[in-house]
Design a protein around this ligand. Structure first.
Ligand code: SF4
Ligand code: SF4
Length: 304
């Protein structure tokens, strides 16, 4: 991006899509030409959106607002919250990767484990690239997940949580809502990874086309489904939600499996993200149709 060019959502989207199309890092790194990712969904949220304060109250005081993280790392800019935007993106898993993990019963397929490692390396590079591109056009930016003081802390409510959650940023930017398994269900489904940056820029925020943070999950919307419960080899998902600690322990065990079976240092699981109704779509029909039409769906009736 050149200095003083007019930055729009479309120009940001182009930087992201161009990097996905051209970066040599967008690779499964398995000796083929297979990319890790195709195209991304992109959403914007204002740094002054009240949702960031709500996250602080719900997740914990340690969860940064965009203003906090930006001002820690660019204090000389002396900005107010309404001068900041969060740019969030969703990288949907590609069909062959999803297909391979659908048949997994305990540990991830090789493709899925490669995405967890090499796909995320690309996602890190994408955050850096966007920060550099925006900064070079006169808009300083920060990638909260990449700052040295980003950390994971113990949380009473969630067992552990971090100073910045990519999925929460995506939710704020109108990109999706949470499922029973805690994954974010987006217009391209739940099999995906997310990323975000905070930038000094004023643009229009994207609307959040949902009434609550569970609107796209069948279990929360009408009490049906629960397919992710059966998919989880660690019994980490129940009708009460997702047990992060059980999930984490399974991911630790997966390291040994990945090294022994696929001969590289990796890990992963994601079995609850595939072979379920929310793998590639929003499974709640009214919510899916509302998103297409651009109108808010009617609020769901209370569960009996
Ligand atoms: S599999 Fe069903 S219950 Fe689980 S997150 Fe998806 S829609 Fe919700
Ligand atoms: S909840 Fe964790 S352990 Fe269970 S299927 Fe999902 S990623 Fe795997």
């Amino acid at each position: 991006m050149e200095k003083n060019v007019n930055i729009t959502k479309d120009s940001i989207k182009s930087v992201i899509q161009d990097f996905i199309s051209t970066s040599s890092l967008n690779s499964l790194q398995n000796g083929t030409d297979e990319p890790a990712w195709d195209q991304a969904l992109v959403g914007l949220a204002s740094g002054a959106d009240p949702i960031w304060q709500q996250y602080k109250e719900y997740v914990g005081a340690f969860h940064w607002t965009p203003w906090e993280v930006f001002n820690q790392h660019c204090p000389e800019q002396n900005v107010s919250a309404d001068q900041l935007m969060v740019v969030s993106w969703v990288l949907p898993q590609r069909k062959p990767v999803r297909k391979s993990n659908r048949v997994s019963r305990n540990y991830p397929s090789e493709e899925w484990a490669r995405i967890r490692v090499y796909g995320e390396e690309f996602n890190i590079a994408l955050r850096r690239h966007l920060v550099e591109q925006l900064a070079s056009s006169g808009h300083p930016a920060v990638a909260p997940m990449l700052v040295p003081n980003w950390t994971i802390v113990k949380s009473e409510r969630f067992s552990y949580a971090s100073s910045w959650s990519e999925r929460h940023a995506a939710h704020a930017a109108g990109l999706g809502t949470f499922g029973l398994c805690d994954g974010l269900i987006t217009a391209k489904g739940k099999a995906m990874r997310t990323g975000s940056i905070v930038v000094k820029l004023s643009l229009k925020s994207d609307p959040r086309p949902y009434f609550d943070h569970h609107a796209y999950c069948l279990y929360y919307s009408d009490g049906t489904c629960g397919k992710c419960i059966d998919r989880c080899p660690a019994r980490a998902i129940t009708p009460n939600g997702h047990d992060k600690e059980k999930c984490r322990q399974h991911l630790v065990r997966s390291r040994k499996y990945v090294k022994k079976t696929y001969k590289f240092e990796g890990y992963g699981c994601g079995l609850c993200q595939v072979g379920v109704p929310c793998e590639t779509i929003i499974p709640v029909k009214t919510a899916r149709e509302a998103l297409k039409s651009g109108k808010l769906p009617p609020p769901p009736p209370p569960l009996a």
